[in-house]
Design a protein around this ligand. Structure first.
Ligand code: AMP
Length: 429
């Protein structure tokens, strides 16, 4: 039996607890329950979690608590906490969360991102703010112009690290990290842990607590899943065929690669379907336009890569179509979780070519369900499918290894952590 933690047990400052009650939050999500107490004690954190798990509150609440519990005047251009996030939308969402949770405190924050004029951002920074939420490019610009100085940062959050990588921001991220003081608390969040992110985490975090959460299994159970066996060359025509079903009101189509996404969109447009693609090669503006058009119902099809689709919250997605099957079962669960939001039912249709059958078996093992095969479609592969494959000669390496077994490098760059004022529990009682 696991006991559910309550927000009271987390002993957040009273103004924060009050704001949470006003938000209607009753119990912490798993990542909040596991991450908040050690974060309040100043631990570094590696959070493997995607949007929808409550990770924003998991890092925002401890930051607000730490700063509000130890108030000091702000210095122009010198934030005490920095939250680095890949996109403007995510930055804005984090800003909204900080505003909501911190509304009864005096902690100030601002959000800066590119693609808009910098003057209003600079003006706000000059007034002095406690928490800065930023995308990497604009932040570096403002640092270079001396509008921002990171030397007073006590808490640093790197959000959606894998997406930073996908969008080509990792070098910028490293440059930002180089400007941070050695003595700080660091948090890294990523939905997946590719090798580059494992390395980044190793260089950024000191003896971090690792918290990994996956979307609740109940989501998977509520989704009507099916798989269509098809040859690779027929997938695009199959997609056009499947989309003739007008009960597909709003669908995300997942491809494994960015080029694949573009090719699918081109094909759909030729077939007279209005589709948009979002992925890391698209400009911020193009991604936002695509997303807006999808949200507004102007296009019912949004083609996305795994990483680009993360962090976007679109309601009423009726279907998820896996144009390509992911080779990591966890990504399958993440993808199909984009439908069936907020308790609704949803549909997940997967195309599986002959080479992907192995992935299908892995997925079925992971979700402990056999995904029903749709036999009746015009592009049915003629290659027979056996669910149980004869054992391959050598065991495949387990995928999705986050590198936990890697021996931690001992880092002496920081001495002991400067204790933050947790002398009183600050709970106001
Ligand atoms: P995030 O994963 O941070 O994007 O959060 C996903 C959504 O869950 C947001 O709309 C939050 O407002 C909401 N949320 C976060 N924590 C809780 C909680 N403990 N109870 C209810 N809703 C929450």
């Amino acid at each position: 039996m696991t006991t559910t933690t309550s927000f009271e047990q987390l002993q957040l400052l009273e103004p924060l607890a009050r704001a949470l009650r006003e938000q209607g939050y009753e119990t912490p999500t798993p990542i909040q329950a596991r991450a908040i107490p050690p974060l309040l004690e100043g631990r570094d954190l590696l959070g493997i979690a995607q949007t929808g798990t409550g990770k924003t509150a998991a890092f925002s609440l401890p930051i607000l608590d730490l700063l509000a519990g130890d108030p000091h005047p702000t210095t122009p251009g010198q934030p005490s906490a920095l939250i680095l996030t890949p996109t403007r939308e995510l930055a804005a969402q984090i800003g909204d969360s900080l505003a909501a949770y911190g509304r009864h405190t005096k902690i100030t924050h601002t959000v800066i991102f590119g693609g808009v004029g910098q003057t209003p951002q600079v003006k706000t920074l000059r007034k002095g703010i406690d928490i800065l939420v930023a995308t990497p490019g604009r932040l570096l610009d403002l640092i270079d112009q001396r509008h921002v100085d990171l030397s007073a940062v006590e808490v640093f959050v790197l959000d959606e690290a894998d997406r930073m990588l996908d969008m080509g921001f990792i070098r910028d991220v490293r440059k930002v990290i180089a400007r941070l003081p050695e003595d700080r608390q660091s948090l890294l969040f990523s939905a997946t842990m590719p090798q580059d992110i494992v390395e980044l985490a190793n260089s950024l975090l000191r003896d971090p607590l690792r918290v990994e959460v996956t979307p609740p299994a109940t989501t998977v159970e509520r989704i009507e899943q099916s798989v269509l066996l098809v040859e690779k060359a027929d997938k695009r025509d199959l997609l056009v065929e499947v989309l003739k079903d007008r009960s597909i009101v709003r669908t995300l189509v997942f491809t494994r690669t960015k080029h694949g996404a573009d090719r699918v969109v081109k094909h759909l447009r030729r077939a007279g379907e209005h589709a948009e693609a979002i992925h890391g090669n698209k400009s911020q503006g193009a991604r936002e336009r695509a997303l807006e058009s999808f949200r507004a119902g102007k296009s019912r099809i949004l083609v996305a890569t795994d990483i680009a689709a993360r962090g976007i919250d679109v309601r009423d997605v009726t279907h998820v179509i896996n144009f390509d099957l992911p080779n990591v079962p966890e990504n399958y669960v993440h993808r199909i979780g984009r439908t069936a939001r907020a308790g609704r039912a949803g549909h997940a249709i997967s195309f599986c070519d002959t080479e992907e059958r192995e992935y299908l078996r892995d997925i079925e093992k992971a979700i402990q369900l056999e995904v029903p095969i749709v036999e009746d479609h015009p592009f049915r592969s003629t290659v027979p499918f056996q669910r149980q494959k004869p054992k391959p000669p050598q065991q495949r390496a387990a995928s999705g290894d986050g590198g936990t077994s890697r021996k931690k490098k001992s880092r002496s760059r920081r001495g002991g952590r400067r204790p933050r004022g947790r002398s009183g529990n600050g709970a106001g009682q």
